[in-house]
Ligand binder design. Structure first.
Ligand SMILES: Cc1ncc(COP(=O)(O)O)c(C=O)c1O
Length: 429
């Protein structure tokens, strides 16, 4: 179908303005539009099948045909298809039940859950909640937030400012005030920033335990030191597990795995396996009590679609799916299988390195001189991998491999076959 047929006008662009659309677009996307999915695979409009090693956007953790989630959504559709939880004094029963269950599987200091819709909204909500408490306690000057360079917390007003990507800052300018960034993983830089800003002006610190950008894993010791410093100075420690939460690294949360006790923990993406939009801000009893004690009253944050029953039903089913631990065990096994397979290619191909926990794998590529592949070459690799039936994301000179957590050993072998084929065609003279 031509763009003109899509839009019904002579403009060469489709009615849908999607992110990859460019001014000189040649319409090549038209044959690639996805129409169906099953397990770890998706199919395009021409019937070609792809192994989705990007899990949509790291969200379809349980693949595209999870019967338990689909049944739960269908059942909820019959019972109470729509509702809202940000106004009035009548929450839904399913949201009450889900919050209890979710709190029950998170680190034990996180006892209460606020449901939102997107990851960016959760990140913004956590920071605004921290500042709301400061204002309520008579310290409005305590509004600064410390985040990490190269960290990602979404694209929205405040979320875009929390995100530490310099090129993004240039186009999102002017940024929200009161957000500072420090290099990730450098405890000296972190301490100096806290000293420079002053603990009395810092409301919160926000970071991902594994930065999705280039899959940069923060050392457990660094995270503990940050947490200790925050606790000592009553700075809210916000851990963004939108990407790592619910299995991607082989545990339900990195906080739980490392015994961390953040004041707030953010979840989204795999929470519903991507079947519906839902995010969560899990908070401590202390945070809730202090927020409820604010004389101004209700914390002003939320959107109409927060905690929609269909999304919560999907999330409840995801909890059921993960309950016996087999999916998490599979992440460890398949992660080890893929990591060692990629490691075996180092030196024999453009593969230069492999790193990352569980099924959050970054494969570094280099040219014949050992130089990291440039952006254009990486884009070509991505297209060649797709032509070989493998969908991946790319970040600087890394191919990011984040397949559904239910990937089987045979499918992991298939992933490697397609990777080899795609990379060979991308690097052929
Ligand atoms: C760590 C992290 N936080 C927040 C977000 C933002 O989530 P959303 O795209 O749902 O707004 C993302 C999205 O990729 C993320 O990876």
């Amino acid at each position: 179908m031509t763009a003109a047929e899509f839009t019904g006008c002579t403009c060469k662009h489709p009615a849908l303005w999607f992110s990859a659309l460019t001014a000189d677009d040649d319409g090549a996307w038209a044959d690639l539009a996805l129409v169906s999915g099953s397990g770890c695979f998706v199919r395009d409009v021409l019937g070609r099948e792809y192994l989705d090693a990007r899990s949509a956007l790291w969200s379809t953790a349980l693949g595209y045909s999870n019967q338990r989630i689909m049944t739960a959504i269908a059942r909820q559709l019959q019972e109470l298809p729509a509702a809202q939880i940000i106004r009035h004094d009548q929450p839904t029963q399913i949201a009450l039940d889900y919050a209890s269950r979710l709190a029950g599987v998170l680190p034990s200091n996180l006892r209460h859950v606020r449901l939102c819709t997107t990851g960016a909204q959760a990140a913004e909500g956590a920071v605004l909640l921290s500042r709301f408490i400061r204002i309520g306690e008579g310290h409005p000057e305590r509004s600064e937030v410390l985040a990490l360079w190269d960290g990602y917390h979404g694209i929205a007003g405040l979320a875009g400012s929390l995100t530490g990507e310099r090129p993004l800052h240039e186009v999102l300018a002017p940024l929200c005030p009161g957000v500072r960034h420090v290099p990730a993983g450098d405890i000296g830089a972190f301490r100096s920033a806290v000293d420079r800003i002053g603990a009395g002006r810092l409301s919160a610190v926000i970071m991902e335990p594994v930065l999705g950008t280039d899959v940069q894993q923060l050392a457990p010791g660094y995270l503990r030191e940050v947490q200790d410093l925050c606790q000592a100075a009553d700075i809210h420690f916000i851990l963004d597990e939108v990407t790592t939460g619910f299995g991607r690294t082989g545990s339900l949360t990195v906080a739980g795995q490392l015994g961390l006790e953040p004041d707030m923990l953010l979840l989204s993406k795999a929470l519903t396996s991507g079947y519906a939009a839902l995010s969560a801000i899990a908070v401590t009893h202390d945070v809730l009590e202090r927020a409820l004690g604010v004389p101004a009253g209700v914390f002003p944050h939320g959107s109409t679609a927060d905690g929609l029953p269909l999304a919560v039903a999907a999330a409840m089913a995801v909890l059921d799916e993960l309950a016996d631990g087999s999916v998490l065990a599979n992440v460890a096994d398949r992660g080890a299988q893929l990591t060692s397979a990629f490691a075996g290619r180092i030196g024999n191909s453009a593969v230069r390195s492999v790193h990352g926990p569980g099924l959050m794998i970054a494969v570094g590529l280099a040219d014949g001189d050992g130089q990291p592949l440039a952006a254009q070459a990486m884009h070509h690799v991505k297209q060649c991998l797709r032509a070989a039936g493998l969908l991946v994301s790319i970040s600087s000179s890394f191919v990011l491999v984040t397949p559904p957590l239910i990937l089987t050993a045979t499918e992991a072998d298939l992933l490697m076959d397609r990777f080899d084929r795609g990379l060979a065609s991308a690097t052929a003279p």
